[in-house]
Structure formats: structure tokens, C-alpha cells
Design a protein around this ligand. Structure first.
Ligand SMILES: [Zn+2]
Length: 244
């Protein structure tokens, strides 16, 4: 699943269409008023966590790529089109994604302070919200999009490794300074992730995600589906402390 930095990367690729009028909007997504989009000017593109927001006068089209979403810029894919925008200077197409129509002002819908890629991200607020998830496993709490929007499985695994915290640690048992270190790692890794993507090479930078050995201890990493959501964790038993 794409994470926050990938959405910012995609937003940057699509910036070429900002200020352009949609000549034709089409697709099969339910609840999207394609007639209303036709002839509208794309004012701005924003991101919130794993969501892309196409802002038109008076409304927004929100696209979430979910697990298997795909997009194509100035080309098409052999799939069912969910939402496509055709502009004078090109086209933007989305497939296998979740699309929604938003009429409310975005500031009422989104808490920008929760988005790790947003300049207004509030780390203090994130820590307070994390602390409220007392009994949760840290590997699950980190994926809560209302606390750390944009953090997905890759950033989760890498930030826990960077801060030496075992994914099965219980939130209430983790010292405040450690929680802050985890949040800092999430923000730093998200920024790095975007940079690596812009440089065209991401995978070699991961320390534990889909890797086999701990780069610190040179022993085998554990790979396990942990918690209710069953997302895979990659971790080292030796250098990641278990707080319970
Ligand atoms: Zn280790």
C-alpha cells in the first residue's frame, strides 16, 4: 500500500495539471459527479496521509489508492477506470482505488496536524494521542491514520527499528522519550522516503523491511504477522527492546 511520501511524490508528478480545465472527467467510481467536474478548473492538489485531494472550486475529489490502486499520467492502463481527468495538456487516470466526493471545506474534514508529511504536523499532539492507546501494541498504534496519517507498514517497521523498539511493545509501557523518538523517526523516514523516491531508488535504503538480517547484530530478523490487523513486522529480538 502506498504511504504518505508516495502520495506527495504522485502529487508532484500531477502538479502539471494545476490551473488547467478538465475537458472530460470519466470513470466508474460511484458517487462522483463527473458532470460537475467537466469544465472545472483544478485549483490545487493536496495530500492527507495516504489520500490525494483534487481541489476544484467548491468541491474536492479524494482518491485513496488502497492496497492495489494504480495510476497513469498521460497514458492509460488496461483496467477498469475509476476516475480519469482529461486536460488540454494531458491526462490523469486512477484504477482500483477508492474515490469520494467532498463538499465541505477541507479544513473541516482533515486535521493537517496529524499528517507526518505536512508542515503543520504536531508531534506533541501525536504523542498525546498515542499515549491514549495504552493497551495497544505499538506496531498497531503507529498505523492509526488519525494519529500519524501517512505512516504505513514500511515506515512503521523502519521507525521501530531506528528507535530500538520491539513491535510487540505495549504503548503504556514505552517511556515518553522513546515514544517521541519513534514519532521523530516516522517523520524523518517519511521525508527520506520521498527523497529516495525522487532519486529513483527506495528499496536499498530499508534496514529491516523485507530484509533477512539485522544490520546492527548480523543475526536473522524475525518476520511475523502481529496484532489484530495482521500486518507483517520485521524486527530484531536483540536490539529492539520489548516494553510490556
Ligand atoms: Zn539487531
Amino acid at each position: 500500500m502506498p504511504e504518505g511520501p508516495q502520495m506527495v511524490f504522485l502529487k508532484d508528478l500531477a502538479e502539471q495539471f494545476v490551473g488547467q480545465t478538465v475537458l472530460t472527467a470519466s470513470g466508474t467510481a460511484k458517487g462522483i459527479p463527473f458532470d460537475k467536474i467537466n469544465g472545472s478548473v483544478l485549483n490545487e492538489i493536496k495530500t492527507f496521509g495516504k489520500e490525494l485531494l483534487f481541489c476544484f472550486p467548491g468541491f474536492t475529489i479524494r482518491v485513496h489508492l488502497m492496497l492495489f490502486g494504480k495510476f497513469a499520467i498521460n497514458s492509460t492502463l488496461d483496467r477498469v477506470l475509476k476516475v480519469g481527468f482529461e486536460f488540454e495538456n494531458g491526462e490523469l487516470n486512477f484504477y482500483s482505488c477508492d474515490c469520494r466526493f467532498i463538499e465541505k471545506p477541507l479544513d473541516e474534514v482533515y486535521n493537517w496536524k496529524a499528517d507526518v508529511m505536512n508542515k503543520d504536523f504536531d508531534k506533541e499532539e501525536a504523542r498525546i494521542k498515542l499515549e491514549k492507546k495504552q493497551k495497544d501494541l505499538i506496531c498497531e498504534a503507529l498505523m492509526d491514520q488519525s494519529i500519524l496519517a501517512g505512516v504505513g507498514n514500511k515506515i512503521k517497521n523502519e521507525s521501530l527499528f531506528a528507535s530500538h523498539v520491539h513491535p510487540e511493545s505495549i504503548v503504556s509501557a514505552i517511556p515518553k522519550k522513546k515514544l517521541e523518538a519513534i514519532i521523530d523517526a516516522c517523520v524523518k523516514l517519511s521525508g527520506n522516503y520521498l527523497q529516495w523516491q525522487q532519486d529513483g531508488e527506495v528499496e536499498p535504503h530499508w534496514k529491516v523491511y523485507k530484509k533477512s538480517d539485522c544490520p546492527r547484530d548480523h543475526i536473522s530478523l524475525r518476520k511475523e504477522k502481529i496484532g489484530k490487523t495482521g500486518r507483517t513486522s520485521y524486527f530484531c529480538d536483540k536490539c529492539q527492546e520489548l516494553y510490556v
